[in-house]
Structure formats: structure tokens, C-alpha cells
Design a protein around this ligand. Structure first.
Ligand SMILES: Cc1cc2nc3c(=O)[nH]c(=O)nc-3n(C[C@H](O)[C@H](O)[C@H](O)COP(=O)(O)OP(=O)(O)OC[C@H]3O[C@@H](n4cnc5c(N)ncnc54)[C@H](O)[C@@H]3O)c2cc1C
Length: 399
């Protein structure tokens, strides 16, 4: 006899967006089961994965509402005061800062594993959230009134299944939903470097010939190095002995922050953008990277994932209040429409920027330099991008 559990919502994937979804739905009074393939210890205490996530004001508010923000130690939250973009030997940077915004920070940088750990800690304390670690989903049957998720430990029957299992989402594939996959043909290596000079809480993105480099401030005399190169060059760097690696990074970065040295593990991510053809199916919704997996260059992936689950939670909680159905087709249609509106242009724009800034022929270089010069002089543009980076819109989930 297999064990059948009942829940209002079954979330597949206990990453940052899956856990945030569970928390918002549970705080709205729904029962939620989260199925995660990782074992309990790595789910609860995920290791450093190199990602430093630039959180907007709105995302911090959503993490506060989820009850997760207070689980992140102050010492690992780094305020971002300024973002600076440079291209090649053209030294005039395009800068974004908080001047005239009435706030101290554009946003905050926090390691991905700290965010995941905090969300898990918050979810663990919610009586109406059931966490199922080490769970492999085998099939999903989407019926008229509920969906049945069969997994290695039994079955979960829920009014709504939420696929939050990352950009290559098996849930998306099981539901027969295709996706646009944009392969940038490059890989990204991320790691922490200690350095001699202070970073003054400035993030630097630098598009050079043959490479893209970002230095993101973290607390202390250290920064997160984000290097984009063809995959074989990234693999060589990821396995280079430490001393040789430090020297190679100094050669690439120059003396911007004094002598630099590797102080963490190195992590490699192939760069692929993913946009699902649909975000919903019968009794099913996709959130996070399973719906929209962005190129990290504009630091939008998790921020958009949080917004998507906020939109979904708002619709689902309203539908439950109205007719008691968490998988209401009308609620899913509204979520689909609103999340597409919030993401489609950003996805296309981010892909355009990523392509423009990673091609090295002379026309691309000149367009880049021209764009930066114009953008820096055109204050309405700077103001619009600064607002997008900060995202200070009020949040209004029903939780
Ligand atoms: C280098 C880098 C830098 C980034 N910087 C930023 C930034 O500054 N700002 C920003 O907003 N975003 C950033 N992002 C994007 C951000 O990391 C992602 O958008 C975010 O992690 C997506 O979360 P998610 O929960 O949707 O997916 P994931 O983090 O991929 O989590 C998916 C979860 O599902 C689980 N899973 C997968 N398959 C199954 C299955 N079959 N059954 C059960 N569980 C399953 C996985 O184990 C995992 O726990 C960055 C990404 C990278 C690579």
C-alpha cells in the first residue's frame, strides 16, 4: 500500500523559489508539501555555490514576509552602493547610484547558499508545510479536480502542483511544456577573491575583449569574481593550481583592487537562457527558473522568481477565498498573463545585452562604447535602470 498525502499545494523543487512559494502559500493558510531531490542535510545546510545574489528592495521585503530574512546573519549581507559598467579600454564608466533616491543602497548582495539556508529554516518551522527530502518524482497525473504526484516514497494529491525544479525542469517536461533555450556558448566561473584595496561597496561589470568580468562586493576585503569565457578556457581556469590562478586573474583584472587571492572554491555555470512556452497547464504552474531562466548578467533571475511566486500566491489565495480551489483555472490564467507581462521584455532585453557585450568584432565594440557614452549622459535612462535595479514597488501578497 503506498502512502497518500493530501495538500492544497504540492511544490516540486525545494530551491530558493520553491521554498519561498511554499512559505507565502502556507502563510496564507494553505497546506503545502515540498518535494526536493537533495537529501535533508544538504537541503538544510547547502554548501557555497559561488553565486552572490543581488537582491532588490522588493525581494528583501518578500523574504521578510516569508519569515526568512531574519535567518540571514547581518554579517553576510553586503549593501550595494554603486554599480559601474565599463567596456574595453574605453574608460568612461556608466554608473548607477542611489543619489536622489532617498535610500542608502541600490540593493544587497547575499550568497545563494545563505538565502537557501534561511528559507529552509523558515519553512521548517511552519506547521502547515511538509518537507520531503530525497524525493524523486516519478509521474504527475493532472486530473479534473486534483493532481496526483507519484514519487519514490508514495503519492501526494494536491489541488495545485507548482514546478520549481530549475531551468531544466523535469516537471515542465512531464507537463509537455516546451521552452525557448538560448545557448550563449559561454561559461561563467564564480569564486571569492580577497584583495588589498577596499571595494567601497561598488559592483563593477567590465566588458573586455574576449572576456566579461564582474567584481561584486562582499563584506570584508573581498569580492566575488564572475568571469565569462568560452567553456574550455573556463574549465582550464577552474582547475588551475591556486598560485597560477591568482597570477592569471591579476593579469586579467589588473591592479584595480591591489593584489588578489582566491579564498573560496571555484564554480562553473554554462550560460543558457530558458523561457517556457507556457507557465501553466491543468492544475499546474511553473515558477522560478523552471518558468524563466535568465542570463545572470542583469541579476534578475531570483528577483523575477520571487515576483512570479508572489503573483501566483496572490491569485491562488484569492481563488481559495472565493471558491476554495487552489488550482482554479481562472487564477492560473491570470498568473500566466501577469508573469509573462513582467518577464517577456526583460528576458529578450537581457539576451540582447548579453549578446552585444560578449561579441568582440569591431562593430560590436563601437556600438558598446557608443551605448555607454549615450546612456551615461541621458539621465532619464539612468533613472529608469536605477529603478529597475532597486525595484522599490510595494508588495501586496495576500499573506
Ligand atoms: C552565477 C550566477 C549568478 C546569479 N546571480 C543572480 C543575481 O545576482 N540576482 C538574481 O536575482 N539571480 C541571480 N542568479 C539566478 C538565480 O541563482 C536563480 O534564478 C535561482 O537560483 C533560481 O531558483 P529556483 O529555485 O527557481 O531554481 P534552482 O535554484 O535551480 O532550484 C531548483 C531546486 O529543485 C531541485 N530539483 C531539481 N529537479 C528536481 C526533481 N526532479 N525533483 C525534486 N527536486 C528537484 C533542485 O535540487 C533544486 O533544489 C544567478 C545565477 C547564477 C548561475
Amino acid at each position: 500500500m503506498s502512502d497518500i498525502q493530501l495538500a492544497d499545494v504540492a511544490v516540486i523543487g525545494g530551491g530558493p523559489v520553491g521554498l519561498a512559494t511554499a512559505l507565502l502559500m502556507a502563510r496564507g493558510g494553505l497546506s503545502v508539501t515540498v518535494m526536493e531531490r537533495a537529501p535533508l542535510d544538504t537541503w538544510a545546510e547547502p554548501g557555497f555555490d559561488g553565486r552572490e545574489i543581488a537582491l532588490t528592495h522588493h525581494s528583501v521585503r518578500l523574504l521578510e514576509q516569508a519569515g526568512a530574512w531574519s535567518h540571514i546573519p547581518q554579517a553576510v549581507i553586503c549593501p550595494l552602493k554603486e554599480a559601474r559598467i565599463e567596456t574595453g579600454s574605453f574608460r568612461h564608466p556608466l554608473t548607477f547610484d542611489t543619489r536622489g533616491e532617498g535610500v542608502d543602497a541600490l540593493g544587497w548582495l547575499v550568497s545563494n547558499n545563505q538565502i537557501r539556508r534561511a528559507l529552509f529554516a523558515a519553512a521548517q518551522h511552519m506547521p502547515n508545510i511538509t518537507l520531503l527530502p530525497g524525493t524523486a518524482v516519478q509521474t504527475i497525473r493532472q486530473g479534473q479536480d486534483y493532481a496526483a504526484v507519484h514519487h519514490n516514497g508514495g503519492q501526494v494529491n494536491a489541488k495545485l502542483v507548482v514546478g520549481a525544479d530549475g531551468r531544466f525542469s523535469p516537471t515542465r517536461q512531464r507537463a509537455g511544456i516546451g521552452a525557448i533555450v538560448h545557448d550563449f556558448g559561454k561559461s561563467m566561473m564564480v569564486c571569492r577573491m580577497a584583495h588589498e584595496s577596499p571595494h567601497h561597496n561598488v559592483a563593477l561589470q567590465w566588458f573586455d575583449e574576449g572576456q566579461t568580468i564582474a567584481l561584486l562586493p562582499v563584506n570584508g576585503m573581498a569580492s566575488s569574481l564572475v568571469l565569462t569565457l568560452p567553456p574550455q578556457e573556463i574549465e582550464a581556469l577552474a582547475h588551475m593550481p591556486r598560485e597560477a590562478f591568482n597570477a592569471e586573474i591579476m593579469r586579467r583584472v589588473g591592479n584595480r583592487l591591489g593584489a588578489m587571492r582566491l579564498v573560496s572554491t571555484r564554480h562553473v555555470y554554462p550560460l543558457k537562457g530558458v523561457y517556457a512556452h507556457r507557465f501553466t497547464a491543468r492544475r499546474l504552474a511553473l515558477v522560478g527558473d523552471a518558468a524563466v531562466g535568465m542570463h545572470p548578467i542583469t541579476a534578475h533571475g531570483f528577483n523575477l522568481g520571487l515576483k512570479g511566486q508572489e503573483t501566483l500566491a496572490r491569485q491562488v489565495l484569492a481563488a481559495v477565498a472565493k471558491d476554495g480551489d487552489a488550482g482554479s483555472p481562472a487564477a492560473l490564467r491570470t498568473f500566466e498573463r501577469q508573469h509573462r507581462k513582467a518577464t517577456a521584455l526583460l528576458f529578450a532585453g537581457t539576451n540582447g545585452i548579453a549578446s552585444l557585450y560578449t561579441h568582440d568584432g569591431p562593430p560590436f565594440r563601437q556600438i558598446r562604447e557608443g551605448c555607454l557614452r549615450m546612456a551615461d549622459r541621458f539621465s532619464p535612462f539612468k533613472k529608469a535602470v536605477t529603478s529597475l535595479l532597486m525595484d522599490r514597488q510595494p508588495s501586496a501578497p495576500g499573506a
